[in-house]
Design a protein around this ligand. Sequence first.
Ligand SMILES: [Zn+2]
Length: 121
Amino acid sequence: MEIPQVDLSALLGPTESIIIGAPVVVIWLLSGIVSAMVATNKGRSGCGWFLLGFLLGPMGLILSLAVSRNQAVLEQRMVQRGEMQYCPYCAEPIRAEAIKCRYCGEGFGGDQSSSQSLYMR
Ligand SMILES: [Zn+2]
């Protein structure tokens, strides 16, 4: 009587592991995606953090939340989007709307001249 029971559990074995394993894989995959999103917002490598989040699961997600921002990359992105510009006097990144540098105190009409050329058109 015991032999068919053993055979049955052996047949159910892989199926059960798939049923239990699938949500775990989804959680690990989601951790990878969220880690990549968090890291990208911090100016970090999205691909690298996706792999790290996928390998470590929720642990990778916690790491991505704890990692510091890469300020240089974030500034460069804002310059590319036109939200920031580099001061022509000290080369520090400042807001695009600024007419006076907050680092060196130099005043310049960067935004003024661009809006003037807009009216000329
Ligand atoms: Zn400056």
